[in-house]
Design a protein around this ligand. Structure first.
Ligand SMILES: NC(=O)c1ccc[n+]([C@@H]2O[C@H](COP(=O)([O-])OP(=O)(O)OC[C@H]3O[C@@H](n4cnc5c(N)ncnc54)[C@H](OP(=O)(O)O)[C@@H]3O)[C@@H](O)[C@H]2O)c1
Ligand SMILES: *[C@@H]1O[C@H](CO)[C@@H](O)[C@H](O)[C@H]1NC(C)=O
Ligand SMILES: *[C@@H]1O[C@H](CO)[C@@H](O)[C@H](O)[C@H]1NC(C)=O
Length: 314
């Protein structure tokens, strides 16, 4: 009889130990104030982005949620204002799948906001994101759109220096490859989409690396982040036959979005990490990414190719 009671208790205890020691990850310890600072966060309406925005709003920053859906963006503004007591939380429309939308966002932002202290490239589509004709949606949203956005906002970041760019990448870069011929071609099916996701996350880390090189001496620094595995909406497109397996795993073994936001918050706020500009952070610590993510020649070529993709190169 006793064993019947003991066993679930023991399992629960073991699970709690596992969760708090291994799965939850590090907390950003610093509670520094961000009063007077302006922050743009892409995809701030849900998941990791929303929890990052909430934390920064609690630190009294002016927080702009750059989201593709007005309804979802404004609902998040309402929640974050209410929970943080900070009314300087705003929605601005940005669809990273469209370069015109990125340009329109930048124009509106630059006209209405005199400074930009922290840009957080957080939005992302998961492996099953719906296909868009003519180009690869996952790569477009996760890398190309953010590349143009960062470019257009860079002068404002420089004017507001010391300032930062935080790029939310992923450990999925491990399976990523930069194949310059096929990078932006449309893909079909789950596996190809997953490959595109990994490639885009590798591109995120290479982007941070090359950006840091180009920003040397400007007091604008940048950081790539792996948030951990997080129970968010990122996996909304996984095929239905995978759900019965995937849903329990993500509930049990993935972090909640608040824990998943910690490394983004850390890279946005922690003083003294400027010497790690261009590096990759996991659990609020600098880490070496996989070898393909520290190839400077590829990073430089990716920069040039990205410039051509967004129509910047002459
Ligand atoms: N979850 C994980 O385990 C995990 C692991 C490693 C890295 N990451 C990275 O963490 C970041 C945040 O993901 P998450 O887990 O919080 O996922 P999420 O809950 O799905 O949030 C993604 C956000 O990106 C936005 N977004 C998608 N497409 C967009 C577009 N075309 N234009 C503008 N915004 C767009 C979404 O807006 P809508 O709500 O309108 O769709 C949403 O706000 C991503 O870069 C992801 O790659 C996540
Ligand atoms: C947080 O940052 C402040 C400066 O902004 C610094 O004095 C303090 O030591 C930091 N605390 C931690 C725990 O890193
Ligand atoms: C960068 O910051 C340092 C220290 O605050 C300052 O001395 C230097 O002039 C700044 N450089 C630029 C380009 O703003």
């Amino acid at each position: 009889m006793a064993i019947v009671l003991l066993l679930p208790g023991l399992l629960l205890g073991l699970y709690a130990l596992l969760y708090y020691n291994c799965l939850q990850g590090a907390k950003c310890q610093n509670q520094s104030s961000l009063r007077g600072k302006t922050i743009v966060i892409t995809g701030g309406n849900t998941g990791i982005g929303k929890m990052t925005a909430l934390d920064l709003a609690r630190r009294r920053a002016r927080v702009i949620l750059a989201c593709r859906s007005r309804a979802k963006g404004e609902a998040a503004v309402y929640d974050i204002r209410r929970e943080s007591g900070n009314n300087e939380v705003l929605f601005m429309s940005l669809d990273l799948a469209s370069l015109d939308s990125v340009r329109a966002f930048a124009e509106t932002f630059l006209k209405s906001e005199p400074r930009l202290d922290i840009l957080i490239n957080n939005a992302g589509v998961g492996a099953g994101g719906r296909r868009k004709d003519g180009f690869n949606l996952v790569f477009q949203v996760n890398h190309v759109g953010h590349f143009l956005l960062t470019h257009l906002l860079l002068d404002r970041l420089k004017l507001s220096a010391p300032s930062r760019v935080v790029i939310v990448a992923s450990s999925a870069h491990q399976a990523g490859k930069i194949d310059f011929e096929n990078l932006h071609k449309p893909v079909e099916g789950m596996l190809q989409n997953f490959q595109a996701y990994c490639n885009s996350k590798l591109a995120n880390i290479l982007h941070a690396r090359e950006l840091a090189n180009r920003l040397e001496g400007t007091n604008v620094t940048c950081y790539a982040v792996h948030p951990g595995f997080v129970n968010s909406e990122l996996f909304r497109y996984i095929p239905s036959w995978l759900r019965p397996l995937f849903v329990p795993i993500s509930w049990l073994f993935f972090r909640d979005p608040t824990d998943g936001a910690q490394t983004s918050i850390y890279c946005a706020t922690q003083e003294g990490i400027e010497m790690f500009s261009g590096r990759y952070f996991v659990d609020c610590r600098v880490r070496d990414p996989w070898p393909q993510a520290h190839d400077d020649a590829v990073a430089q070529k990716l920069w040039e190719v990205s410039e051509r993709m967004v129509g910047l190169a002459t």
